[in-house]
Design a protein around this ligand. Structure first.
Ligand SMILES: Nc1nc2c(ncn2[C@@H]2O[C@H](COP(=O)(O)OP(=O)(O)OP(=O)(O)O)[C@@H](O)[C@H]2O)c(=O)[nH]1
Ligand SMILES: [Mg+2]
Length: 338
């Protein structure tokens, strides 16, 4: 067989890559995630392969820039690998909660730049001690061209992690914009990180983080003002009225690891609540619907962009300028035949 008639190199075939990722090949997994980021046909092929797989349990960690999210995630990885802690309280400990966790993935989402910004490098450095540990998979993600941006790329990426057999994923996002808040809300347990000091909790509230939080962390508890921050949060939560789940508030010092065990226990407690109440499945089912909407939205947008660069569209604009027709008529006409 001549060189030219060979099929595509098998190592770039998504199915082959997924097979290898399941066997623990981290290079293959990294490549699949690059496909997801890159968008286009390859990302679709990856989605097709992985969408039936059970997703990992997703713990979203969000909060203002510099709150200590990466430092905290780095510590959480360490603690999480010891497994879900047994919850003594209330006797409500499903058997699933004593299971070991053999692998943990970390996704650090960078919404600031599609061209791999400085934040990613900082995060990498902060999590470097896990770099040679084969049970920890760390990845920074941006959206180079994924249709629908982060809000679709992240669920796709999580599904790939699930399909590869990774049971837990920690997702770090900066909670600043609508999309980041959406990404955080797509987690099973959303941890909102604030720091002591006036106004931080208020900022979190303004950014819409109060609604998505299942758990609050007051990090940098080695600084003064932790108790006041907790008080602020409690007051704001109380304004929201009764809820099924009142988000616990945990104080941590991420740099020393203080409070991180308690944080992990609180995550486990929330997970137990979701499982026991049936909310885990209900939330995931709801997310599937939201995802379909986003996919449709992205596809409509794509269609609109194509239409807007067509000859027909330019012709229609001419008609509009001459005042012969109104925009609604033209829109109907364009849509009817697009
Ligand atoms: N004093 C103190 N400093 C901390 C603590 N946790 C993190 N830091 C420091 O805060 C700075 C920011 O920490 P990161 O973990 O990078 O914060 P981040 O929220 O991931 O930051 P971005 O990803 O840039 O939004 C670093 O210099 C950390 O060493 C803490 O508990 N106490
Ligand atoms: Mg960070």
């Amino acid at each position: 067989m001549s060189e030219g008639s060979k099929p595509l190199p098998r190592r770039s075939d998504p199915e082959e890559l997924l097979g290898r990722a399941i066997e623990g090949d981290r290079g293959a997994l990294a490549r699949l995630l690059s496909y997801v980021e890159g968008g286009g046909e390859r990302s679709r092929a990856v989605a097709r392969l992985s969408y039936r797989a059970a997703p990992p349990y997703v713990v979203g960690v969000t909060g203002a820039p510099g709150a200590g999210k990466s430092t905290l995630v780095d510590q959480l990885v360490e603690v999480a690998r010891r497994g879900w802690p047994a919850l003594e309280a209330k006797g409500a400990v499903p058997a699933a909660h004593s299971e070991a966790i053999d692998q943990v993935a970390v996704l650090a989402i960078d919404p600031t730049s599609p061209f791999s910004g400085g934040a990613i490098l900082g995060d990498r450095a902060r999590m470097q001690r896990h770099a040679t540990d084969s049970s920890v998979f760390i990845r920074s993600m941006a959206t180079r061209g994924h249709l629908g941006g982060l809000s679709l790329a992240v669920p796709d990426a999580l599904r790939v992690l699930g399909a590869s057999g990774i049971p837990i994923s920690l997702v770090e996002t900066v909670g600043v914009g609508q999309v980041e808040v959406e990404v955080a809300a797509a987690s099973d347990t959303t941890v909102v990180v604030v720091t002591p000091g006036w106004g931080d909790s208020l900022q979190a509230a303004k950014a819409g983080l109060l609604e998505v939080a299942d758990l609050f962390v007051i990090n940098k508890a080695d600084r003064p003002g932790g108790a006041e921050a907790a008080q602020d949060l409690r007051q704001m939560l109380a304004l929201g009225g009764e809820r099924d789940w009142m988000p616990p508030i945990v104080e941590t010092v991420a740099t020393s690891g203080e409070g991180v065990e308690e944080l992990w226990a609180a995550v486990a407690g929330h997970r137990a609540h979701l499982v026991a109440s049936g909310l885990l499945d209900a939330r995931r089912a709801e997310r599937v619907e939201q995802e379909l909407r986003r996919v449709l939205g992205a596809l409509f947008q794509e269609r609109l962009d194509r239409l807007a660069s067509s000859e027909r569209y330019r012709g229609a604009i001419e008609g509009l300028r001459s005042g012969r027709v109104d925009p609604y008529e033209i829109a109907d006409e364009l849509l009817g035949s697009s």
